[in-house]
Design a protein around this ligand. Sequence first.
Ligand SMILES: [Zn+2]
Length: 149
Amino acid sequence: MEDCELCGRQAETVYVALVEDVELRVCPKCAKGKKIISSEGHSMSRKGATAVKTEKGEEPELIEDYGHVIKEARERLKMPLKVLAEMINEKETFLNRVEAQRTTPPEALVRKLEKTLSIKLIEQEKAGESGRTGAKGEKATLGDFIGTK
Ligand SMILES: [Zn+2]
């Protein structure tokens, strides 16, 4: 148990969230709508990991294994699907379908997921592989992107 730095309540799971550019350890309720950096004890804050804005008016294309990426990021944060659903105001069942890639999330949801889980779900022309950790490459490996220009 740990005290939430925002509301002071005791929470079983605390998340490190960005609140006005300050890292706070907060309960799931207070983490709602905030940018989550990591779950308790594993501060993996990556400084300078600012999202690259790509507003070219082109339709974003989801990465091939977006469901897997979402699930992996969520599990890394030890965040139950229910908690994530609450945070971004979506139905748990819907998120479940998204993770199983049985449905394509609308762009608004994609953005929310990217922000909350610090991942990239939109295919980018430039090598945007930073969000993936330990992905077992069936296709091209990370090394093929890094180093070659
Ligand atoms: Zn709180």
